[in-house]
Design a protein around this ligand. Structure first.
Ligand SMILES: [Zn+2]
Length: 85
């Protein structure tokens, strides 16, 4: 019996560099879209798909996880404003 290879290794594990271009899956986006009803998590207004970014609720730099439970969808603008605050 061959040992099962842990898929996690392929995902890079811990990366010291925060990649703002989170490898979002369509599934994550769809799930969050329906959870949020298509509204921005930060300002509450409707989002056009071109404007949507994935926002970490708790920043990765502060120990937040890179999982869907720590992600929300927000306008690019709102996300940047939040990051700058
Ligand atoms: Zn917004």
């Amino acid at each position: 019996m061959p040992k099962l290879k842990p898929n996690r290794a392929l995902r890079g594990g811990k990366s010291p560099v925060h990649n703002s271009d989170h490898r979002s899956t369509l599934w994550e986006r769809r799930t969050l879209m329906s959870k949020q009803g298509g509204l921005c998590a930060l300002c509450g207004k409707a989002m056009a798909s071109a404007d949507i970014t994935l926002d970490h609720i708790q920043p990765v730099s502060k120990g937040g996880l890179d999982t869907i439970t720590n992600l929300q969808l927000a306008h690019r603008e709102c996300n940047e404003r939040k990051g700058a605050a």
